[in-house]
Design a protein around this ligand. Sequence first.
Ligand code: CP
Length: 310
Amino acid sequence: MNPNSLVSIADLTKDEILDLLKTAEYFERHPNSKILDGRVAATLFFEPSTRTRLSFETAVNRLGGRVIGFSDASTSSSSKGETLHDTIKMVSNYVDIIIMRHFLEGAARYASEVTDVPVVNAGDGANQHPSQTMLDLYSIYKTQGTLYDLTITMVGDLKYGRTVHSLIMAMQYFRPKFNFVACQELAMPDEYKRFCDEKGIPYTETTDFSPEVINSSDIIYMTRVQRERFTDIMEYERVKDLYNLHNSMLDNSKDNLRILHPLPRITEISYDVDANPKAYYFDQARNGLYARQAIICRARGIKPEGMTND
Ligand code: CP
């Protein structure tokens, strides 16, 4: 296993997280460089993606590297029965970094254990999405001016939502308070509530997306109910439209409130929120480019030239 792989946000220390944020900030000011010149990255997406794949690929291109891979696993030999083990072994012959999304929880960890090439987890089932978390942290830091002492309200699919799971773990260093808003079927799993308890992180849990919750929040993190995670489509239909954020619900919210969403959105944020200056989800997605440039540099064990002088 390559020690620079990023499989879970828990692989990063607080200092490493802060270092990545500093590097992301550098890339926002200096998006183009040649530090991956001559290097090749593989993007292996066994699950659909727009933002994660395209921003990783843009990041590699802006760093001067090149990209191979697939965005549809049915066009790869996995559709003929080739195992993940063999796919990773093969791709490792060709590239300097593997960026992988897979529908199975633990797939990225497994991949990282069968290769010496650094593996970056671009999402594994309902488990983890660490690069999303780095861009979320960067977005929170940019909009709040700090990561400390913030009230973060997570809404929607907290059961299968890998982005909220990763964000809870990353925020352990910054004295957060969480509000978990979800229906019973999609409630935050016990393991993440236990994690909060063990780390002394206060949280509330409610099914009601109430004005009190909204008006006390610094960040509202909306999530999509993910149809692809349900085995029972009737259950999906029952819960898919329970939480909808409308512009009028923000009338008495804090000035510093920002609305985040990993996207894609379906119905959980009304289009009338988009014009509100507190809507930050499209800027958040742009921050993904800088955060992923930083993650790629860490994976390759390199620092952007001139960063320390800036
Ligand atoms: N946020 C996110 O992971 O989006 P994509 O599924 O489009 O990559």
